[in-house]
Design a protein around this ligand. Structure first.
Ligand code: NAD
Length: 335
């Protein structure tokens, strides 16, 4: 199958080339993001392969259909960046990577929590400046604290397993609770109860119309004063302006982000020589108790190997009708 792969970096080429020896697809690696301006680059391809910040809206889908593209291969679990109604109308199949090393994201979530709590990011800089003062670095024991997990799917459950080892009380909210979490001791609560009870809240639900700005001013008001909020899921689950107000009023004590609602113009690129135009993001960078990483939760060798394998397996399953095609239908978004 001819595949045009958008938004590629050196590591995509490295992992896909290695796995493609087993599949034999023809992959054209493109650095451009997939948008309406670049969709013509897919000319002659059976499939396009896209990443989290490629914008696959109705106009792009129309262009792809006219070029004869039949398949969109998402090399991600999330599919919020695709207009699934438009792909269905266009007769284009969408496939994704439903699960790949949930440990990658769950472990990164823990890294953010531990880093924020003990201010490792600030301690690192201080020691390099031979400033060995501990003022402002006071943390808390995680043992005995209540950790709230919103979305107890693959990653949320893996995170529950990990955090259980810290002696925490773990509470969860999910419209579809699962027995694996219950067996781990996760107490399922209503969302308002989880907000009120949790010392740390971590988001692992998908971005859907229901979860867009799930964490808004009203939700933040219901949380414990000084709560730690962590988002490794999708940026727009959080209303960033409301969170900034929460940080200013100190209702939010720590914020850890691996995703940001306007990240598509920032993340995955070296912008160190440029002036950041996004004032909301720039404000976030001023808080000492905010730790941001640039969407690197998935970025482990194991996850990249698994992503390449499932993505190319999806292409083969579509082409041959054999094997598992992890397709996504609009019903998944609309519940
Ligand atoms: P999953 O589908 O296994 O689990 C998602 C869970 O969220 C499900 O149990 C679902 O019932 C629940 N959910 C749905 N609507 C909800 C709501 N309104 N409130 C609470 N829970 C709700 O997905 P997953 O593999 O665990 O991934 C979770 C998310 O993590 C993905 O959607 C993606 O956005 C994000 N992700 C981020 C990275 C990264 O690099 N930072 C990598 C992979 C995935």
């Amino acid at each position: 199958m001819n595949i045009s792969m958008f938004s590629t970096k050196s590591y995509d080429r490295q992992f896909f080339d290695a796995i493609n020896d087993d599949y034999g697809h023809e992959i054209r690696y493109l650095e451009s993001r997939l948008t309406q301006e670049t969709s013509s680059l897919a000319e002659g391809s059976d499939a396009v392969c896209a990443f989290v910040n490629d914008r696959i809206d109705a106009a792009v889908i129309d262009d792809l259909q006219q070029q004869g593209v039949e398949l969109i291969l998402l090399r991600s679990a999330g599919f919020n960046n695709v207009d699934l109604r438009a792909t269905e109308d266009a007769g284009i199949t969408v496939a994704r990577v439903p699960a790949y090393s949930p440990y990658a994201v769950a472990e990164h979530t823990l890294a953010l929590i531990l880093g924020l709590n003990r201010q490792t990011h600030r301690a690192y800089n201080r020691v390099r400046e031979r400033n060995f003062s501990l003022e402002g670095l006071l943390g808390f024991d995680l043992r005995g604290k209540t950790i709230g997990i919103i979305g107890t799917g693959t990653i949320g459950t893996t995170f529950a397993q990990i955090i259980s080892g810290f002696g925490c009380r773990v509470v969860g909210y999910d419209p579809y609770p699962n027995d694996e979490c219950r067996e781990l001791g996760v107490e399922y609560l209503e969302l308002d109860e989880l907000f009120a009870d949790s010392d740390v809240i971590t988001l692992h639900c998908p971005l859907t119309p229901d979860t867009h700005h799930l964490i808004d001013a009203d939700a933040i008001d219901q949380m414990r004063e000084g709560v730690m909020l962590v988002n490794t899921s999708r940026g727009a689950i959080i209303d960033t302006r409301a969170v900034i107000d929460g940080l200013k009023s100190e209702q939010i004590g720590h914020l850890g982000l691996d995703v940001y609602e306007e990240e598509e113009d920032l993340f995955f690129e070296d912008l160190s020589e440029r002036i950041i135009q996004d004032d909301v993001f720039a404000r976030l960078l001023t808080f000492p108790n905010v730790l941001i990483t640039g969407h690197q939760g998935f970025f482990t060798e194991e996850a990249l190997t698994s992503i390449a394998d499932t993505t190319l397996g999806n292409a083969t399953a579509y082409e041959t009708g054999d094997g598992t095609l992890h397709d996504v239908s609009p019903e998944r978004i609309e519940g």
